[in-house]
Write a protein that binds this ligand. Structure first.
Ligand SMILES: [Zn+2]
Length: 75
């Protein structure tokens, strides 16, 4: 069984600046594919080579703030 190397990479949609993360998996045989933005249908990333990307998900670069102060919590 080959060692599997997974790395997380981030991409930004050139059309709407949506951020995505994907898991890059190294392969011994060439793969080709592409991922399209779920917001604007633009191609976020296309690849070909001895790796593959899967597990695409949108990244919330600015997490919502619920108006709660986290600093100085005494518990
Ligand atoms: Zn987009």
């Amino acid at each position: 069984m080959a060692n599997t190397i997974w790395t997380i990479e981030e991409f930004t949609c050139p059309g709407c600046s949506m951020s995505y993360s994907a898991t890059r998996e190294e392969h011994t045989e060439p793969h080709a594919g592409s991922f399209k933005c779920s917001v604007c249908s633009g191609v976020v990333h296309s690849w070909s080579g001895k790796h593959h990307f899967f597990g695409w998900q949108a990244v919330k670069s600015k997490p919502p703030v619920f108006g709660r102060r986290w600093a100085g919590v005494g518990w």
